[in-house]
Design a protein around this ligand. Sequence first.
Ligand SMILES: Nc1ncnc2c1ncn2[C@@H]1O[C@H](COP(=O)(O)OP(=O)(O)OP(=O)(O)O)[C@@H](O)[C@H]1O
Ligand SMILES: [Mg+2]
Length: 377
Amino acid sequence: MGNCCSIQIGFENFLLRGWVCVVGHANYVCKLKQTLPTLSAALQELRAQRNDMQREVDVAEQRLLKPFEQVQLWLSKAETMITKAEKLIEDSPRQMNNLCLGSCASKNFLSSYKFGKNITKMLQEINDHVSKGAFKKVAESRPSASVVVRPEEQPIGLESTIEKVWHCIVDKDVGIIGLYGLGGVGKTTLLTQINNKFSTTADKFDVVIWALVSKDYNVEKIQDKMGGNIGFRDTSWKSKSVDEKAVDIYGVLRNKRFVVLLDDLWERVDLNKVGIPKPSQENGSKLIFTARSLEVCGEMEAPKKIKVECLDTEKAWELFQDNVGNETLNSHPNIQNLAKQVAERCGGLPLALITIGRAMACKTIVGEWKYAIKMLQ
Ligand SMILES: Nc1ncnc2c1ncn2[C@@H]1O[C@H](COP(=O)(O)OP(=O)(O)OP(=O)(O)O)[C@@H](O)[C@H]1O
Ligand SMILES: [Mg+2]
């Protein structure tokens, strides 16, 4: 008898749970008419909040401020949510068509139930996300990447020139520094060393910007290279005019202590046209450039002009040896001596020492070295 009673109670419980479940399911369907417009309104609010925050982040990035990771995560979650909610709303006319009996029943109950449940869940998620998005600040107040470290190889015999340039950089009276010298003497190598040195120095500038100028000098090309460094990366910026870009670059740099490194100038670069504020004692900023000719240094009104010299005999031999390799140099007792004569004929020019050194790396016959000396006379 006891057993029979417990089986009955168990069965009633089962029925009750089943009923509650059916009512719950039906509830999702019945409420669809109310929840859908509520979801649309919530989506609108989320979109507006996302747009406002994205705008703040864009402005912060333009000012070289790094957005908080939490803010970026919030934005990316918002993006996913918006896409999901839009999909649900897009599906809604089809789902509403399934409803009948005053919207409390459906021709496809399972599908309407699932849809209703998803709508309620989405609404809850959006409301939670909107309430989590009340950030007081979207970015920290420090530069995102003040120096982009460039690939470098350990140069030979450049230490004293680096020191000389650095001495000018710390001198607050010097704003523009011109580095000049023969093609292949190591100007770009030197500028790279200077660029990378900024990443380890305590006397931090707000931003260090590198731009290659080259023979086909073009204001817009320089602006695009510089713009990428200071947060102007979007296509809408790229479609702006040269004047507008100059205003934007100027707007960012005028409040910064900046270093602009321009490599390989063949003629005067008009700083105003590019949007580079003139370095001065007041702004503490620097412009360092390389050029082959001393005249360009004059045209740029550089008060400091530093000549990049060829390597002395000892350093030239070091660089040449590195490129030829010991195996070849020791392959015959006469080769070392002949190799020193070849190195001397390169006149201390790193580019020549490297190119000829590499070409001779496989020459193990004495006659080939003698021939090289003859050719270089
Ligand atoms: N001091 C050095 N030690 C080792 N390699 C060097 C040194 N200086 C220059 N080089 C090498 O010589 C080559 C030419 O150097 P770099 O490009 O710096 O010359 P450049 O003066 O900028 O020439 P250009 O006027 O043509 O731009 C590069 O391969 C570079 O790595
Ligand atoms: Mg160069």
